[in-house]
Design a binder for this molecule. Sequence first.
Ligand code: SAM
Length: 284
Amino acid sequence: MNLCDERELRALLGRHGFRFSKSMGQNFLVNPEIPVAIAEASGAGKTHGVLEIGPGVGALTVELAKRVGKVASVELDRDLLPILDETLRGVSNAEVVQGDALKLDLAALAAEKFPGLSPIVCANLPYNITSPMLEKLAQTPCFQTVTVLLQKEVAERLAAPEGSADGGAFSLFLRYYMEPEVVFQVSRDNFLPRPKVDSAVLRCARRARPAVETDDEPHFFRVVRGAFLLRRKTLVNSLSAALPELSKERIRDAVISCGLSESVRGERLTLRDFANLSRLLRET
Ligand code: SAM
């Protein structure tokens, strides 16, 4: 059965009485070339255990299973389980785990499902959980790479170079742990139902160590987030609002000591600038 053939897919879903859920971000791929291209982009091979989030009816799962040691696919929607039972019958190295990928202990899951294999992630993510999911994956060090299909604008923002106007606090957060790149774009016409936006594949390779050294990570990220709190204002004004315990003068002095202009905006700073600035703002 061709899981990406729209007629066959509709028939399969109809037979199971399945209804798409918008709140679970259900847009299934209906172009067989796309799961192949995503699986290839992930670089997955026989030594990898792949965590997939949201298999849907299994279109990407099947392509991954052909290439890798093992696939474990976490699916939230119980209504998809009997369908996956049917579509993955005979695919011996794919296992479905029912659950919420945001709530599961993914490091423990990888350790249990992928003994002797290197864990990676490959998924067509539900749009509505993109940021919390990427945040969680970035902070789960066992995953060496994370290859995900997500909204095109989000992918481009996340891959924006440091210090460019397109980035934001979350781009810097991700870049602290990983090296993200957009691999290719996927038009909205390749999904059922057709979403209102186009998508892109983002591949993130984990850095051997975080991009910059920080002596107080929570404080560092508080400064990064604070710099984008008032995006249209200067860095000094935005940080003054975000860090009310510090005087504006103190913040201005720290910004200037970092070799930055006092009128600079937060979006212009690199991770190294933020590491320097957060260190200065912590010193008493
Ligand atoms: N992989 C399929 C494909 O490419 O055609 C389906 C992708 S669809 C965009 C997202 C899938 O994620 C759906 O199957 C949905 O039920 C599932 N999902 C949504 N929220 C989830 C969560 N929190 N944990 C696990 N799966 C979730």
